[in-house]
Design a protein around this ligand. Structure first.
Ligand code: G6P
Length: 609
């Protein structure tokens, strides 16, 4: 994982690089580091923890020079420490890396046997030594990098500088992104577009197997085997939105509260209330293929995978096509049965998740078209997919996903109605009913947010527990999974989501007077079934927190806490029911004093498999 940025130009590199790293910290915050070339020497500064620590170090020991690179790390090989922080030095070569070098153990042994002194536990360090080896045998920095790359197996985006060629940097890509920014008398490279946008809007995306040789006045693209690549620059026309906390204590709380607006933004221009129809202009090209589809496969990771599970319900119910859902990390290692009669839908907030991206490639290899439900404009997944349904949730800064999730649900509901009509599975009157219900959703989510104070009180009582079980049935089972994930991610309390009916096949053994059970129990067609499951919890002394649109006398009697939410069509209820669970996780985490927006060990975007 990790974020990388490089600069060659006329400005003080330090400031450009730190600014770039700020935009990339969502990719990891275990350590950060910078290297610049100044007066023929490479200087390195590294600090464990968040970028703030590196900035403090740079205040005391600034770096000069106008050529340099910066890195923010999510530790894969080697625990977070100064010695494992990037950049890594090997003689006059310095390197930063995002990805995993799979054959690094063998390369380390080989290098150590040849007398190299390896100073870190990382897989990255071997790259620097291999390049240095090439330099010693007289190769240019570009050719030495090419030679080193030929020895590597795995995924990498790397940037290399050397005091031996102080006017340039080399960037190379295989399976993790690199974008080159073209400026006037300055050029940049980075993992992601926002890190460049203060300096340029003209960019070149490197493809796998390509490298860039970058000076202040030139960018030369070539393949790893040395063929020159000509590529026209692309202009980025959107503006980065800088997110501020806007008076909230944490981005997470702000993003939870932004959901009504974010959902409006997802629906905007796509619900025609006069015509009582859903319009998805961006999917025009898909329209002609819908009738021939036989299957839908949805692939995602993390919270997006939970949205995908709910998307399956919506598509099966409204489109009447069989749907399967898989984790990106699992899908890529199956031998999936998929062809041009399958539509693959990938769901990703960031559009950069490596496993999800790999699923897009697997689908294309087998002739299937890919539709991405994505939040970040021009991200890798958005660029690779055949169609993109942007969620327009705005920047989500907090690592734990909230508004991205509910807007992904909104996108799925729109898509299911749109596809259902075009396949003839959904009547016009039903479309009209859903259009009306979708239009009302933002207000209902607003209604769910009104329970915030009551939820904060419950959170105070729950903050000391060590395990929580979340139960839900049908379309709300994924809501249970998402509620449990939120709690785990930010409060570090062990939590599990389970289908209510499965509880008696295992988790019931855990239930005692200490064990809170959060149940998602709207008054839908399975209400009574879930209520029966709760009676089983009650008989074993479990403490019940019910999230429901209407607690009858029996539910109220057996629940220690009841959180009410507004009611809508049962298929759309997950969007409303998720909100109290987000607030619960937030207030428990605050109560426990954890780092809510940047929880330990996590990253916003997982760019390694
Ligand atoms: C990480 C994030 C999660 C996110 C998941 C998938 O684990 O911490 O919040 O749900 O990646 O990310 P994506 O950007 O593909 O939705």
């Amino acid at each position: 994982m990790c974020g990388i940025v490089g600069y060659v130009g006329h400005r003080q590199a330090e400031r450009v690089l730190v600014g770039g790293l700020r935009k990339l910290e969502y990719r990891g915050y275990d350590s950060a580091g910078l290297a610049t070339i100044s007066e023929g020497r490479v200087e390195v500064r590294r600090a464990v923890g968040k970028l703030d620590n590196l900035e403090t170090l740079l205040d005391a020991e600034p770096l000069s020079g106008s050529v340099g690179m910066g890195h923010t790390r999510w530790a894969t090989h080697g625990r977070p420490s100064e010695r494992n922080a990037h950049p890594h030095r090997a003689g006059d070569v310095v390197v930063i890396h995002n990805g995993i070098i799979e054959n690094y153990v063998q390369l380390r042994e080989e290098l150590a046997a040849a007398g190299c002194v390896l100073c870190s536990d990382t897989d990255t360090e071997v790259i620097g030594h291999l390049i240095e080896g090439g330099r010693k045998s007289g190769k240019s920095l570009a050719d030495a990098t090419r030679g080193a790359i030929a020895r590597l197996r795995g995924s990498f985006a790397i940037v290399v500088i050397s005091s031996g060629e102080p006017d340039r940097l080399i960037a190379a890509k295989n399976a993790t992104p690199v974008v080159v920014g073209l400026g006037q008398g300055e050029n940049l490279v980075a993992s992601d577009i926002p890190a460049l946008l203060d300096y340029t809007r003209d960019v070149l995306f490197l493809e796998d197997g390509e490298m860039a040789e970058v000076t202040a006045d030139s960018v030369r693209l070539s393949t790893f085997d040395g063929r020159v690549v000509e590529r026209a620059a692309r202009r980025i026309t959107w503006d980065p939105v800088t997110a501020q906390k806007g008076g909230y204590k944490h981005f997470l709380l702000k993003e939870i509260h932004e959901q009504p607006t974010a959902i409006i933004d997802t629906l905007r221009g796509r619900l025609d209330q006069d015509a009582a129809s859903v319009t998805l202009g961006e999917l025009e090209g898909l329209e002609k293929d819908i009738a021939a589809l036989e299957h839908v496969t949805i692939v995602a990771c993390g919270t997006a995978w939970h949205a995908a599970l709910i998307g399956r319900y919506a598509i099966e119910r409204l489109v009447r096509l069989p749907v399967d859902v898989d984790y990106g990390s699992e899908y890529r290692y199956r031998d999936p049965i998929i062809d041009s009669r399958t539509l693959m839908i990938v769901v990703s907030q960031s559009g950069e998740t490596a496993d999800t991206l790999a699923a897009v490639e697997a689908a294309h290899e087998r002739g299937a078209k890919v539709l991405a439900v994505c939040n970040v404009l021009d991200s890798s997944i958005a660029r690779k997919a055949d169609y993109v349904l942007y969620t327009h949730a705005g920047p989500e800064i907090s690592v734990a996903s909230t508004k991205a999730f509910t807007t992904q649900l909104a996108a799925f509901y729109l898509l299911a109605v749109w596809m259902g009509r075009r396949r003839g599975a959904l009547a016009a009157a039903e479309e009209a009913r859903y259009v009306q219900a979708l239009a009302e959703l933002p207000l209902l989510v607003e209604g769910a947010l009104k329970e915030e104070e009551a939820i904060a009180r419950v959170a105070r009582q729950l903050s000391g527990v060590s395990d929580v079980l979340y139960l839900g049935r049908g379309v709300n089972f994924p809501v249970a999974l998402e509620g449990a994930l939120k709690l785990k991610e930010i409060s570090y309390i062990h939590a599990e989501g389970y289908p209510s009916g499965e509880m008696k096949h295992g988790p019931i053994a855990l239930i005692d007077e200490q064990m809170p059970v959060v149940v998602i129990i709207p008054t839908d067609e399975v209400y009574e079934k879930t209520l029966s499951n709760l009676k089983e919890v009650e008989s074993r002394g479990g403490r019940i927190l019910s999230v429901t649109d209407d607690a009858d006398a029996e539910l109220a009697r057996i629940s220690e806490w009841v959180v009410p939410v507004p009611r809508t069509d049962s298929l759309l209820m997950p969007m409303i029911l998720a909100v109290p669970l987000q607030l619960l996780a937030y207030y428990v985490a605050v109560e426990r004093g954890s780092d809510v927006d940047q929880p330990r060990n996590l990253a916003k975007s997982v760019t390694v498999e």
